[in-house]
Design a protein around this ligand. Sequence first.
Ligand code: NAP
Ligand code: GLV
Length: 309
Amino acid sequence: MLETLAIKSDLERFNGWRSAFKDFDIHVLDWDQVTDKSQIDYALVWDPGPGVLTEFANLKIIFSVGAGLDHLKGENILPPGIPVVRMVEDGLTAGMVEYVLYTVLRFHRFMPQYERDKQNKVWRELVQIPASKRTVGILGLGVLGGNCAKTLVQLGFNVAGWSRTPKQLPGVGCYHGAAGLDHVLAMSEILVCLLPLTHQTQHLVNAETLAKLPKGACFINAGRGACQVESDLIAALDSDHLAGAALDVYEFEPLSPKSPVWTHPKIYFTPHIASMVHPDTSAIHVYDNIVRHRNNQALTHLADMDAGY
Ligand code: NAP
Ligand code: GLV
């Protein structure tokens, strides 16, 4: 008998998921159509809430619809002992590489200054800095940070990255731990945050860490908003210690109408769209792990819920 994958998604998205799985030997069910929870083998979910997954008595794997796992943290959300697999898929990675490249190049090529100059009818040529003379720091050298680092290296940037455990990536200066962070901050003219939100990374980008960046640096956050203290970031922009920021994620989402971010002239805003999960490419990753499970093979991209990512 075919196993069943229940998908928690809105109807429009569910139709996309169903079509993405159509060539795979797995029965796909919309979450709202589940009548017998004991018949569900796998769950692909975003934000299931407390006490929901615990009712599925025969679950074998929980797949996160997102790369981030914040939606699976908290009391009584995850049933004990069931493996959780993060979303790692080519479409999501490609989207993040595009976003990071776009925002890095925007700051690197002084686009915010030219946009202001146009408003003020100022003709001014700023001296172009070669990529090889520009250091981009990346906090988080995982799937997304690592791929962004690789692309920036290919473009000739000097790239320094920071991770929790020691890493080696071709052409990238790799640092870890507290001393490593200071080193990366001190070098980064453009700092990109691609960290997951954990107890260790919460509010990591604050007045103290921002002060360690070179004057005139720019900050990009496409990881999680609660990794930054927004009021400290705004203070650093207002004092001209930072030249600009591109934020895709915020401490509280959706951003409150009262947030100073909306009107801040030095903040480039996007509403958590840096990268999105694509059903077609995600289905390949999910199905691959289902087959691995069937064959008693190790799963890929297993989450470590104790570490928080
Ligand atoms: P990942 O592969 O798990 O990579 C996480 C990286 O962060 C790893 O390099 C890890 O270090 C590092 N890290 C974790 N805790 C750390 C700490 N305390 N100190 C230093 N480094 C630490 O995750 P990913 O797939 O790249 O995704 C990263 C995050 O991007 C997700 O968690 C999600 O929040 C965010 N995201 C945002 C969007 C968007 O649209 N804005 C889209 C997708 C994902 P190790 O290598 O040593 O483990
Ligand atoms: C998006 O933010 C994700 O975690 O995939």
